[in-house]
Write a protein that binds this ligand. Sequence first.
Ligand code: HEM
Length: 124
Amino acid sequence: MSIYERIGGAVTIDRVVESFYRAMDELPQARTIRAMHADNLVGVKVVLKRYLSEWTGGPALYSPVKGPPRMRQRHLGFAIDNAARDAWMACMDQALAEHITDAEARESLRDNMKKLADWMRNTE
Ligand code: HEM
């Protein structure tokens, strides 16, 4: 079973992404990364939902629309250091805790996101 199915598919991804950006609006340590984003988050929410669907083994909704993910390259325009990575993970941790009750699935998803977030760093 894919991680997508284990966490509850599109409905859960939808909720996680909504909570993730709400946390980014609210957590003091996320102020710097919030400022990297557009004021209006509607567009990026749609894109992150599409990406996470594909990345967790669900329907491939990202590549057909956006092309190859190349996530690191897409983030090169933003200065991502350890603090930015930690802030991103703090928002994601909050969102995952709110919506994913299966602890094993949550931890495995989190570990993989952490690896991706580490790899996204491009600034000391
Ligand atoms: C490590 C810290 C990270 C920071 C500071 C960060 C920041 C950003 C910013 C500023 C944008 C542009 C938003 C906009 O267009 O207004 C973006 C886009 C995006 N980010 Fe991140 N990001 C991080 C990590 C990640 C990770 C780990 C993932 C995947 C799990 C991810 C997935 C995405 C996606 C899918 C987009 C949209 C890309 C597109 O336009 O196709 N990001 N991110």
